[in-house]
Design a protein around this ligand. Structure first.
Ligand SMILES: Cc1ncc(COP(=O)(O)O)c(C=O)c1O
Length: 427
């Protein structure tokens, strides 16, 4: 059986064994369609394993695993691929992927004036210190399956370098996974990138390119250089669904873990608040929770609230314009809803200042399906969430990583049971 991906904008279908399931083949035509490939055939019921590594536990939910099995690889071959990467991750970063903890945080709830329950999923101890590595592990496993099966989509793969434009958690995640897989990586960063991140990227063996703005050039120079590298043959190893639809999938494991945990506790939160930059995290959660519900892990969907800062809120702007518009229509008129934020923003939560919410569409779909919305927070709320997180939990998360909680502070009456994700260890 072919493992198919379908573009949610133009409907193009690809077979992930024949063609790389990264960008839609029709992307770049300038047709104003929002092109993002999403895995198909996902309604059949999936089983959950008893392993603690999410890439084993939820393997039946992952298209690289289904591709491996449909191409004749046995279950043990997947364990072998995941296990070898796990060992290498332990050597590079101290540990591999394990289900991350989620706990009720009563002190924190009290400190921000909530009377109900507040659940915090802690991603700060995940591989490379944030959830970002989940997205890229999904991509790496796909590459490994293509190598192991010799499928046509994998032709000449090892001669191609990986590429990412980022100077934060995504770059660190890419560098850790690339190093574990011994695959060369190019990272495109701005001249003012954080020195600690730069040092770690170098330690991990990533090749850094500093991207100055060229005269007369519009748009983010790092992203432009990344696009050039991909056009010249590099593998897009970033977390934006527009360039690599498959990257969203690995992030869904976070939603599966939360769904299972809520099943064990016997509750479904009324609302999930998520900090949104490029939108990969929120769209992965939206898709993952919908899948978990379709497979009986969740009895209902928590309302998805997408949190952005007042200084940079392209998704909130799109959300307002989406009022009364059906989503398939919106996907064919992208520029009416999503375009780069015009001003250069500043925020304590600097990791969510992406000038576009690349994965806006699937996030909007998730907000609509669950009755959620966007929430715009100011710097006082961002700072208060960060401070409360540090004082009232033992989780050492950055202000970017606690920004979802700022949304709870801004919208305290969203429900009795609230969930947030703390990600991005403070460096
Ligand atoms: C810690 C943390 N949380 C959340 C996000 C938001 O993720 P996304 O860009 O997928 O919206 C980021 C992005 O950099 C991040 O570093």
């Amino acid at each position: 059986m072919a493992i198919r991906f379908r573009c949610h904008g133009c409907g193009a279908e690809i077979d992930a064994g024949v063609r790389l399931a990264f960008a839609c083949p029709n992307a770049g035509l300038g047709d104003d369609i929002d092109h993002v490939l999403v895995a198909e055939n996902e309604v059949s019921s999936f089983s959950v394993g008893n392993e603690t590594d999410p890439f084993l536990r939820y393997r039946a939910w992952l298209s690289p695993y289904r591709l491996a099995r449909s191409s004749g690889l046995p279950d043990t071959a997947w364990f072998d691929l995941v296990g070898r990467l796990d060992q290498a991750l332990t050597a590079v970063d101290g540990h591999g992927f394990r289900v991350t903890p989620m706990a009720e945080q009563r002190d924190l709830a009290g400190a921000i004036g909530l009377s109900g329950s507040l659940w915090v999923k802690d991603e700060t101890h995940n591989v490379s210190g944030s959830h970002k590595a989940r997205h890229l592990m999904g991509v790496m496993l796909y590459l490994r399956v293509l190598e192991a099966t010799g499928l046509p989509a994998g032709e000449n793969l090892k001669a191609r370098r990986l590429a990412i434009a980022s100077c934060g958690n995504a770059a660190l995640a890419a560098a850790v996974i690339a190093r574990a897989a011994e695959w060369p990586l190019d990272v495109f960063i701005p001249p003012d990138a954080d020195a600690v991140v730069k040092t770690r990227l170098k330690e991990l063996g990533a090749q850094i390119t500093i991207c100055d703005r060229r005269p007369g050039e519009a748009g983010d120079p790092c992203y432009l250089r990344f696009r050039e590298a991909v056009a010249a043959g590099a593998i897009p190893f970033g977390v934006q669904g527009t360039d690599n639809g498959l990257a969203i999938e690995g992030g869904r494991t976070l939603a599966f873990e939360m769904a299972e945990e809520f099943g064990r506790i016997g509750t479904v939160p009324d609302a999930l608040f998520v900090q949104v930059g490029g939108g990969a995290l929120a769209s992965a959660l939206a898709q993952g929770l919908a899948l978990a519900r379709a497979n009986g892990l969740l009895s209902s969907l928590p309302k998805l609230f997408a949190v952005q800062t007042a200084g940079c809120a392209p998704l909130a702007r799109a959300w307002e314009r989406l009022d009364g518009v059906d989503l398939p229509t919106a996907a064919r008129q992208r520029s009416q809803f999503m375009w780069p934020w015009e001003t250069t923003p500043i925020s304590l939560a600097h990791g969510i200042l992406d000038d576009e919410t690349y994965d806006w569409w699937a996030t909007a779909e998730g907000m609509r399906a669950s009755g959620g919305s966007t929430v715009v927070v100011d710097e006082t709320q961002i700072a208060a969430a960060h401070k409360a997180g540090r004082l009232h939990t033992d989780i050492v998360a950055s202000a970017t990583g606690t920004a979802g909680l700022a949304g709870v502070i801004a919208k305290p009456k969203a429900g009795r049971q609230i969930a947030v994700i703390f990600s991005g260890v403070e460096r």
